[in-house]
Design a binder for this molecule. Sequence first.
Ligand SMILES: C[S@@+](CC[C@H](N)C(=O)[O-])C[C@H]1O[C@@H](n2cnc3c(N)ncnc32)[C@H](O)[C@@H]1O
Length: 270
Amino acid sequence: MNYRHAYHAGNAADCVKHALLVLLVRAMTAKPKPLFVLDTHAGIGSYDLTGVEANKTGEWRCGIGRLRDDPPAALADFVALSGPADQYPGSPSLIRRLLRPQDRLALCELHPDDAATLKHRFGRDPQVQVHRRDGYEALTALLPPAERRALVLIDPPFERVDEFATLAAALQAATLKFPAGVFASWYPVKSRAPVRGFFADLAARHVADVITCEVLFRAPLDPARLNGCGLLIINPPYGFEAAARPVLAALSTALSEPDGAASLTRLADE
Ligand SMILES: C[S@@+](CC[C@H](N)C(=O)[O-])C[C@H]1O[C@@H](n2cnc3c(N)ncnc32)[C@H](O)[C@@H]1O
């Protein structure tokens, strides 16, 4: 496990994932019923933007750094939630900021140091459970939840060449175990072919009610670069698609080069 999110926290891809995550949690907390959120690949929860790792790559400057300079109206909620200025929240902190007293959050992280940091940060919070375990395995172990309503964020590091195949199989197993769950799965766009293969794999597995939200930072011509990213959502909540369109457009305007783009595409009907 070589991937450390501290080098990438707050970059353009994080902003795409987290701006959409905020919309999903907001949509699912609009009703008073309790919500369970499962974050299968949690990282350490929040990141110091003045730290060595963040400034070794400086990636955050082309992500949250740019958005904080002049937040577009569609991203104001996300940017306000992302503070304070010298920090960037990982998915655990962002989700936690949006939970109501009746909601619950489970965080899974496999890296021993990162799991220890998460435990230190959230261990005493009665609404949060931290697990040092494989997030893919937790998908079927922790679902369905007692609340019967859940949002699941799956955000693997894509270190392994078979990550898309693992993800497709995990999504099929999780949706069979808990068909009503809302699943949001982040993926990189380096070149189009692996992403097309992932979509075809999910279709072959008969996963229904699937949309994808993508921001390309530039045309995906050089497969050595992270040219964009997407969030694939199964069972998107009511109102999410309408709310996501202006957010995607604002993300692309702020973060993409002139040949970039944003899109929301339905991949499979309900
Ligand atoms: C992209 S980062 C997560 C970032 C976090 N979701 C956020 O948005 O702030 C991926 C994390 O998954 C962890 N990881 C890798 N393989 C894992 C696995 N099988 N189960 C759980 N965590 C894993 C890595 O240590 C890393 O911290």
